[in-house]
Design a protein around this ligand. Structure first.
Ligand SMILES: [Fe+2]
Ligand SMILES: [Fe+2]
Length: 145
């Protein structure tokens, strides 16, 4: 798998969210680079990623609650997060089989999900938060919504 690069396409204009997205990409790249390392190393990076994902989703859900975003949007976004956490847990259970496909499948799933989620769901969230909080939405970033 190629490395994932954070760029302006992922920009939300919410500084802590953007910082955490960059950290998530860095963790994915570390996991990718460690694919052929010992199971202990993979376990350690994957555990860091699982924890960080939970922390990150908590932050977004807190920001949405503070901005009082639309209740349906909030519920859908939370459900998307919960679904991803459940899938991560399944992959965590499956990792014990130790075969390379688990790492590959995990990385492909993680990367695709996070990229799509940030591009669509998180940026939609950011637009609504900026609108409700009266803060500046990032320039030209949301014209397709
Ligand atoms: Fe996010
Ligand atoms: Fe999110």
């Amino acid at each position: 798998m190629n490395t994932v690069q954070w760029g302006l396409d992922y920009y939300t204009g919410l500084p802590e969210v953007d910082r955490q997205h960059q950290e998530l990409f860095a963790l994915i790249n570390r996991l990718n680079a460690a694919k052929s390392c010992s199971p202990e190393t993979l376990d350690q990076i994957f555990a860091e990623l699982r924890d960080y994902v939970r922390e990150h989703f908590g932050l977004e859900e807190q920001l949405m609650a503070e901005a009082q975003v639309d209740a349906e949007h909030y519920a859908q976004h939370r459900a998307a997060h919960a679904g991803f956490v459940a899938r991560l847990d399944q992959l965590w259970e499956a990792r014990g089989e130790g075969s390379e496909w688990v790492a590959e499948e995990m990385l492909a799933f993680l990367t695709n999900w996070l990229v799509q989620h940030i591009l669509l769901t998180d940026r939609k969230m950011a637009l609504e938060i900026h609108t409700r909080m009266g803060t500046q939405a990032p320039h030209n970033m949301f014209e397709h919504f």
